[in-house]
Design a protein around this ligand. Sequence first.
Ligand SMILES: Nc1ncnc2c1ncn2[C@@H]1O[C@H](COP(=O)(O)OP(=O)(O)OP(=O)(O)O)[C@@H](O)[C@H]1O
Ligand SMILES: [Mg+2]
Length: 519
Amino acid sequence: MNNPTESLHTIFDRAFSGVDRAVGAFAPRMAPREVGTVTSVSVGTAKVAGLPGVGFDELVKFPGGVYGIAFNVDADQIGVVLLGDCRHLHAGDEVERTGRVMDVPVGAGLIGRVIDPLGAPLDGRGPVASTERLPIERPAPPIMNRARVSVPLQTGLLVVDALIPIGRGQRELILGDRQTGKSAIAIDTIVNQHDQNVLCVYCAIGQRASSVAKVVAALRARGAMEYTVVVVVEGNDPPGLAYIAPYAATSIAEHFMEAGRDVLIVYDDLTHHARAYRELSLLLRRPPGREAFPGDIFYIHSRLLERATHLGADFGGGSLTALPVIETEAQDISAYVPTNLISITDGQIYLSPTLFELGTLPAVDVGKSVSRVGGQAQRPAYRAVAGDLKLAYAQFAELEAFAKFGTRLDEHTRAVIDHGQRVRAVLKQAEFEPASVAEQVLVLVALTGRLLDRVPLDKVRDAGRALRTAAAGLPAAVRQRFSSDDELGAEDRRTLLEVATRAVAPFQPPPAPGAEGRS
Ligand SMILES: Nc1ncnc2c1ncn2[C@@H]1O[C@H](COP(=O)(O)OP(=O)(O)OP(=O)(O)O)[C@@H](O)[C@H]1O
Ligand SMILES: [Mg+2]
């Protein structure tokens, strides 16, 4: 009897439970979207109103896929630095919040690639393979996670490794006027890492596209791209991209460091970076200070370079060595940005246009260059042969300037100058001819053993080359001392001196009465 009612109940039950299920399974596809409007656009920057919740450094999205970073956050409007082409943007365009900060792809897939600071490939070799991303601005490792700088970073340049040694995890500034060989030192250092198990990141900021192309070709030709990432912003890219480039490159390098690797990063150069930042700050109406740079110009570089360090063994033991490059004008190292960087870094390599013109290349002015980590960054065996060469060389440079006045020189002064001239000749090095540690040691042994003092000055470079060739014949046991923390034994010293003496002998004139070997 109640069969029809029951079936009606079942039908209703089924229908309602079906509706319930459908309601339960329905997830609204709506997400809150905060949208503001562009009020004005100028080259590289824009003002946006109607985004009151936006955070400092937050990424915002403009039409056409152009991103920007919220830079000035005021109550009623924000100043945005644009990371793409601004020509198609208009006042009134919609701007969307993204709720995240700027990040870059990181990881092994980037090695060998040339990319822009957003991680887009510039080398025509397809998309960049990467599964991980890191924010471009990251806090520097805390003090307690850091270890002492103790392992050398060989540049392969005798004048640097012997006189201004750089350690892994150190920050060493390369500064000098334009066209004095600043980039050459950095590139040579990258090329020299081929057998040092060091990954490299070369960040080119604001250079001519042709210069960057030349650098990449040179690195590729020498096999250096196999362990290098190149991050490029060209001179005609938006200033916002130039501003973020070094931070993005550092995040790429840090990822390797945190995996326990030794990494070298070159910023070439931070003068262009500082100028891009000044341009953006002035466009956003931040108050200008000295040389029209904004008040936080020191902070933008100190927070960048603080990220370079040597991590303690508990944190993987990786290291990030930074070689920032700065261009001076008319040799003025006391201009605002160069002095800031000198005080932030652990030393500087100063390149002199005068030495460059005289053909003393690399044109390192040893007197004005310093490495505050110094001998700690040399292996004990290397330190033993390099000795106090820097002091002797600096004394020579002073005496030589004095001797130019034509004063009659006593025997001792003459000897110091003769020796110094030979040191200078032997420290000369062409581009892309990095010297291995064994080669450097043999040259230093010949110098400190005064073997070259009897070689005529015009033959010194040849003698230097012969010494470098002879290094291949050094016993493996002796070579091993230079890549470990072993001291140099008396026996090793004898072997080194013997090999060096044999290599130099053909360049020394036979001892004859009156022939002192001076040129
Ligand atoms: N050790 C060297 N031996 C021979 N030539 C060198 C050496 N170092 C640099 N050069 C040459 O000097 C010129 C300037 O070098 P480089 O481009 O490195 O200078 P820079 O200071 O980086 O210049 P810029 O100010 O344009 O960036 C280049 O033509 C380079 O080939
Ligand atoms: Mg350069």
